[in-house]
Design a protein around this ligand. Sequence first.
Ligand code: AMP
Ligand code: MG
Length: 335
Amino acid sequence: MKKITALIMITIIILCSCSISGGEKKAVADFFSMDTYMSVTAYGDEAQSAVDAAKKRIEELDSLLNAEDKNSEIFRLNSDGKAVLSEDSFELVTLALKYSSHTDGAFNPALHPLSELWGFIDKKYRVPDKKEITDALKLSDTENIILNKKNKTVKLLKSGMEIDLGGIAKGYAAAEAARVMSGYNISGAIINLGGNVRTLGKKPDGSLWNVAIKNPVGDGYLANVKTTDKAVVTSGGYERYFEKNGRTYHHILNPDNGYPADSGLKSVTIISDNDTLADALSTALFVMGEKKAERFYKKSKLGFDFILLTDDDRLICSKGAADILSSDYEINVIE
Ligand code: AMP
Ligand code: MG
């Protein structure tokens, strides 16, 4: 099985192409990293160099942050219970804890043992019993993650604790890809890291980028968002799940009870200037559900807009999102 996966991974698209579009040079890289399909497109004289640099930076981050990669810093931290980290890894663990605290624990970067228990790591899916869940939850208290900013060390106080940055790493990588690309002579770019989208500049015809948000049901789109220089990040239970005895279990876990979050939402999209924040919040608001998410939005000073699709197919969004989206759904706006 592993061999087949490896073969598929090798044969899938490590495709880099360069062409002319609207009088501008265009470069595209489609590749697999951070356990998802990614696509980076840029326009302009240095489009190819910009795309190459973005891909390199994303792969570098994956090799540091991927908890499943035996050579990564996060793997080492999880196995040893302590580690001196690079700037990137330390920064992201710090941000993960910050957003965990902002979201009152809905975003929790210490759920790796729980994800393992449900089989979301090795893809041997199973429904754990209550005792197993209670035990794994005891390892998810973020108070037991101790950071030392000066030495860049992280310590996990309880044996068996494990960090998982899967809910935030793609956002950080998108921000870094955008930062790296903006150092090149390009007129615009669109970075899609498996649902973490970041736009830069304009399309070759001078118009805004059009980001299509997948409808969790069927093949169509939930909405289209017109943006520039923003992150548009979507989380949903439909991204990774398994079925057992007629029930569906997905990969976004509720840190309060250890089960897949059952908060009445099908998907959450966050629009923000800050990709890393957007990634953390898309996961967190999915856990919170409609009412808590609305209260959080009204209270929060973090700077974001949101689009929710509820289980009963209502599209709810903030005013800032309503101003830039089009959808076949009736749009319910939260002021
Ligand atoms: P995303 O697609 O950004 O919503 O991230 C989902 C991934 O984040 C999962 O595959 C887990 O690796 C991790 N995860 C699951 N539940 C949580 C949670 N409540 N807080 C933070 N990360 C989570
Ligand atoms: Mg996320």
